[in-house]
Design a protein around this ligand. Structure first.
Ligand SMILES: [Cu+2]
Length: 410
């Protein structure tokens, strides 16, 4: 038995060699049809703050094991959420296969209630579609079901429950199902980011699935800024970022310093005649979007949802509007708005250090090279560097002399 980790230990080049080796072994040992043999090579995706699900090859079929279970997820240092997910994680580990692969997916239910898994966007036999009650029985706690199908397409798909879907998705149960094309393609960095939103009442740790619109935590791969990994690229890399959205709102994701093109959705590749340059991609609910650009401009480029409340943490939406109110009027103000503190009168940028309940993050935080970054939620940094030899976080960008704004007098 050969595990994927053995083959992929140092990237696509090794995978190419490994795939040849796999084919050789299979040809000797196993009489499997050609379409069941894993294909390659491909550039493995990177799931920032997450991981890829290992597989084993059995009789020419890639076998995956998912365990639906309660998980603890740190959104950022100082806040741990009691979520539900797969294999100890939310989002669940990324499933990564190649068009033509046959896959066998074991799903074990360790939740306190029944579940199922729907393979969102994947073209498969109707009985494998995972809608409990419609296509299959519910998977009761303690039971394991196995799904099996052959991938007939490539692109960015997802997986999530289709049994008490509202509760299970609100608690974090979702993951990527990435299918690479058979032919090699030029992509140097390939990231996937699941967008999600939650309501976790300040001072608590359990997301409230009854909330429909008034969410207060907005996550990239179930992390918030400043807990989100930077996306690191080398100057000249062709970068793809894949987004998935199973939340209750659309998320317009904006990249500074570049324009990109949308190259695909969960429906398939975007035809080249339909591609055009953009700086923001709106990711609708229940959909995926892939964008690509060439990382030719070095720097630390902000990358975030452009709904401004989605770059805040633990945001209360019932704050009195204090902007412009003189702080000296606290006493008078308390008569009309009991319990009001004079905060936010000059804006909310100074509220980073306010006292707050336990297990609750500041609304905005993150220290940058020039001071407070005053962001939260769906925010991270795309770090493009010249001449790097690894994709580890390179630290802050050192702007060349004369290329930052200067304070002037008069
Ligand atoms: Cu958003």
């Amino acid at each position: 038995m050969i595990t994927r980790r053995n083959i992929l230990s140092s990237g696509a080049a090794l995978f190419a060699a490994g795939a040849g080796l796999l084919r050789g072994r299979d040809a000797q040992a196993l009489p499997v049809p050609a379409q069941a043999v894993p294909r390659g090579p491909y550039r493995p995706v990177v799931t920032p703050n997450g991981s890829t699900l290992p597989w084993t090859l059995k009789d020419g079929v890639k076998e995956f094991r998912l365990i639906a279970e309660p998980v603890k997820r740190e959104f950022a240092a100082g806040m741990i959420v009691d979520a539900w997910g797969y294999n100890g994680q939310t989002p669940g580990p990324t499933i990564e296969v190649v068009e033509g692969d046959r896959v066998r997916l074991f799903v074990t239910n360790r939740l306190p209630e029944r579940t199922s898994v729907h393979w969102h966007g994947v073209r498969l036999p109707n009985g494998m579609d995972g809608v409990a009650g419609l296509n299959q029985p519910h998977i009761a706690p303690g039971e394991t079901y196995v799904y099996e199908f052959t991938l007939k397409q490539h692109g960015t798909m997802m997986y999530h429950p289709h049994s008490d879907e509202m509760v299970q998705m609100a608690l974090g149960m979702m993951g990527f199902f990435i299918v690479h094309p058979r032919a090699a393609e030029r992509v140097d960095r390939d990231f996937c980011i699941m967008l999600h939103e939650w309501f976790v009442a300040p001072g608590t740790s359990r997301p409230n699935p009854a909330v429909m619109t008034d969410f207060n935590m907005f996550t990239f791969n179930s992390r918030v800024w400043p807990g989100t990994d930077a996306l690191v690229a080398k100057k000249g890399d062709r970068v793809r970022i894949r987004f998935g959205n199973l939340s209750m709102d659309s998320h317009p994701i904006h990249l500074h310093g570049y324009s990109f093109e949308q190259t695909g959705t969960d429906g398939g590749p975007t035809p080249s005649s339909a591609r055009f340059p953009e700086t923001t991609v709106n990711v609708p609910v229940g959909a995926t979007r892939d964008v690509e650009f060439v990382a030719d401009a070095p720097g630390d480029w902000a990358f975030h949802c452009h709904k401004s409340h989605h770059t805040m943490n633990a945001m209360s939406h019932e704050l009195p509007n204090m902007i412009g109110v003189a702080p000296a009027s606290d006493d008078k103000l308390a008569r009309v708005l009991p319990g009001t503190m004079s905060m936010g009168n000059n804006g909310m940028g100074g509220m980073m250090d306010m006292g707050r309940p336990p297990n609750t993050l500041p609304m905005m935080s993150g220290a940058g090279p020039f001071g407070d970054i005053e962001m939260g939620g769906m925010f991270t940094v795309v770090k493009v560097r010249e001449g790097i030899t690894s994709y580890d976080d390179p630290g802050w960008y050192k702007n060349p002399e004369g290329t930052t704004p200067k304070k002037v007098t008069g």
